[in-house]
Design a protein around this ligand. Structure first.
Ligand SMILES: N[C@@H](CCC(=O)N[C@@H](CS)C(=O)NCC(=O)O)C(=O)O
Length: 203
């Protein structure tokens, strides 16, 4: 197996954090983002979207989406499940994980406009667009703030793939760009700080 990644990329981090929480490792290849290695013909041959992560399995299958990679790895390693333990808990984890995925997508749209760090995505960042995107971000934060209740983790008392997914956009905004993200949501703020203290969250 080989995992193509950007060590600090939001979507690759879903897989990187999951692997650390799960206690497994796979060989990695760090793509050179600055020099557009993800747009090189050899990488486009592996993942035509030119995005990361990609997991190439031992049989040569290229899995080109972070959620699909995590589900594949869960199936390879069903012990200590991080996707729920029965039908009902799996449904809950998946619901929360999809909220997390939406949060990442909306959060990235906000970041591309809130910073000048992603010229390939947004050559003309606009505060007005950032503010509009942030309304959609806030709507999801409000939902997650209710859903977490008094739990330690998003789906209960143990970490799941939902935490690995939602955490990434908080960390990108707060640590890479020193921007507020979820500070107005006290339960999520406390959850973020708890999860950040776990070794899996270290860059
Ligand atoms: N849905 C995909 C999205 C992957 C994605 O957008 N990755 C970003 C890094 S966070 C990327 O490769 N960006 C490079 C680009 O789009 O040029 C996944 O979750 O794997």
């Amino acid at each position: 197996m080989l995992l193509y990644q950007f060590r600090k990329g939001t979507n690759p981090r879903r897989v990187i954090i999951y692997l650390a929480e799960k206690g497994i490792d796979v060989p990695r290849y760090e793509l050179d983002y600055e020099n557009d290695e993800h747009r090189s013909p050899s990488y486009l041959n592996v993942n035509p979207s030119g995005r990361a992560p990609t997991l190439v399995t031992d049989s040569g299958l290229a899995i080109t989406d972070s959620a699909a990679i995590v589900e594949y790895l869960e199936e390879c390693h069903p012990d200590r499940p991080m996707i729920g333990t029965d039908r009902a808990s799996r449904a809950r984890v998946r619901s929360l994980e999809r909220l997390g995925s939406d949060l990442v997508a909306r959060g990235q749209l906000w970041l591309w406009n809130r910073t000048a760090a992603f010229p390939a995505k947004e050559p003309n960042p606009s505060n007005e667009t950032a503010d509009r995107a942030h309304r959609y971000v806030s709507e999801l934060l409000d939902v997650l703030e209710r859903e977490i209740e008094e739990n330690q983790f998003l789906a209960g008392d143990r970490p799941t793939v939902a935490d690995c997914t939602a955490f990434t956009i908080f960390q990108t905004a707060r640590e890479r760009f020193d921007l507020p993200f979820g500070q107005g949501h006290p339960r999520l703020d406390a959850w973020y700080k708890r999860f950040r203290a776990r070794p899996s969250a270290d860059y």
